[in-house]
Design a protein around this ligand. Structure first.
Ligand code: BG6
Length: 483
């Protein structure tokens, strides 16, 4: 049940809004999930008329839904949309916005603010909203979504938290990690705990190591400035990949309630051993893509795209982590992310220990893989006899798609936007998770910023750089690909 509300979208002309938020809201509207009265007030720096803004939205939808969309839904969606110019030079911009919003014939007074702005603007925008009394929940609810990254390191995350909690209660704060909105990520937990077949072997007695992979074929695109201030470790590992790891490694919650799940995630994140900076070479690896070929097309290297040959910012980052608890003692977790690798693949790959029975030349070890994207699936590699007279085995694969025809397909941002309007922040991050994640990556970021480790190069479209293998504990370990 969603109350009539107004979504105030800061940074509405930015990439996230164009590609995810506006199309996502449109799809929710098409699915009949938005309350009839709901309105969207887009806030941007430029002076743009409503007509021009509506034409811009049409362009966003045309670009996203190439096969077309329902005209009736379009008319309805367009009616919901308004624009407010908020030039940084105008000291009265927020007061004017308040006046616009106070027209309760148009705008429902429950307000959700989505801050898709530069991270340095999160705290100032919240201050400004508070200054014009737009966060006061006396008669209506007021919620604020903070996009990632929440801070750029632990001290700045704490400072941001201190700043926004001057004006907001925890129940009003929605810290985004859009991976938590992915159904495939929620499935990790269900596949683990709903299967008697899996949970008993999900530990150090049976598992050799775990790999959590997120590789993309895309490059940094037009986000070079943002990316060069961020890098792969901050962009993906501090957030999405550590959350994936938490869901893979956490203990079973007493109940699958939001609080129960969060508490277990926090515990496991806090049990990850600090990365020893004096042995960084064995635990962390970074690299940058050079020019190369992706899908048969020549693409430039990162430094060329950036136009600055001095950058050491990584587009590939890999870490080896250990979790100091009884379940995972001694089991390496290899996590990695990369732009411009040979395949786009997000998955959890688990390699099991050797069987005590060695047949013939020795057989491969079992793998279990949970595919997150592009394909949601579960795959298992097991050893089976090669038919014939000899006693020998080969690997066969069990492969089941998780999606079936007719299943609802809801994008992560759509799910999170719905939760926001419903007042459910359980798929958003708790500050303790954000802090534990920064605590873990900060020493590596700091060492890399001081150039304490070389930056390797890999051609766009290639596999992992050979040198990345230094982080493996054993010589027989290797990066697992989708096939
Ligand atoms: C974002 C990162 O948070 O996640 C991007 O900033 C990355 O660099 C994106 O491409 C990946 O998201 P998804 O949902 O496409 O896997």
């Amino acid at each position: 049940q969603i109350d009539p509300c107004t979504l105030v979208l800061f940074g509405a002309s930015g990439n996230l809004s164009r590609v995810k938020l506006m199309p996502g809201l449109f799809r929710l509207d098409a699915a009949g999930r938005l309350p009839a009265e709901m309105k969207i007030l887009s806030v941007g720096r430029g002076e743009v008329s409503r007509e021009a803004w509506l034409a811009d939205i049409k362009g966003m939808l045309d670009a996203k839904f190439k096969k077309g969309y329902d005209q009736q839904v379009f008319e309805r969606f367009i009616e919901r949309n308004f624009y407010h110019a908020n030039p940084p030079t105008d000291p009265n911009a927020f007061q004017r916005m308040k006046e616009t919003l106070s027209n309760d014939k148009v705008f429902p007074q429950n307000l959700a603010y989505f801050l898709s702005v530069r991270p340095s603007d999160f705290a100032p925008v919240v201050d400004q909203l508070a200054a014009v009394d737009l966060l006061n929940e006396e008669n209506y609810w007021r919620r604020v979504v903070i996009e990632k990254p929440f801070g750029t390191d632990l001290p700045s995350a704490k400072a941001l938290q201190a700043s926004i909690t001057k004006h907001l209660k925890e129940s009003q704060i929605y810290r985004i990690d859009h991976y938590l909105g992915k159904s495939a990520l929620q499935n990790i937990m269900l596949q683990r705990f709903a299967n008697t077949l899996l949970e008993p072997i999900w530990n150090k007695d049976y598992i050799d190591h775990v790999q959590i992979t997120n590789t993309e074929m895309l490059g940094v695109g037009d986000r070079t400035q943002f990316y060069d201030a961020t890098g792969a470790l901050r962009d993906m590992i501090q957030s999405h990949i550590l959350q994936t790891l938490a869901l893979t490694a956490m203990e079973m919650p007493a109940a699958l309630t939001p609080e129960g799940i969060r508490a277990e995630k926090i515990k496991v994140l806090e049990a990850i051993r600090a990365i020893p900076v004096d042995q960084l070479d064995k635990h962390a690896f970074r690299a940058q893509y050079a020019a190369g070929e992706v899908n048969g097309e020549q693409v430039p290297g990162y430094l060329e795209e950036l136009g600055d040959s001095s950058s050491v910012v990584e587009t590939y980052a890999a870490l080896k982590l250990f979790i100091d608890n009884p379940r995972w003692e001694g089991v390496p977790f290899y996590i990695r992310t990369a732009k411009r690798l040979h395949e786009a693949d997000t998955r959890i790959s688990i390699r099991f220990k050797k069987s005590p029975l060695q047949i013939g030349d020795g057989q491969d070890q079992n793998w279990l893989m949970l595919g997150i994207q592009p394909r949601e699936c579960i795959k298992m590699e097991i050893q089976s006899k090669i038919p014939g007279l000899d006693i020998n085995t080969r690997t066969i694969q069990l492969d089941a798609a998780n999606r079936q025809d007719g299943d609802e397909s809801i994008d992560a941002y759509e799910a999170l936007l719905l939760n926001l309007m419903e007042g459910d922040n359980s798929l958003y991050l708790h500050i303790s998770e954000v802090e534990a994640q920064w605590r873990l990556v900060d020493p590596v970021i700091e060492a890399w910023a001081k150039d304490r480790q070389p930056v390797h190069q890999y051609p766009a479209g290639s596999r992992d750089p050979e040198a990345s293998k230094v982080i493996f504990e054993h010589e027989d370990q290797f990066w697992r690909y989708s096939i």
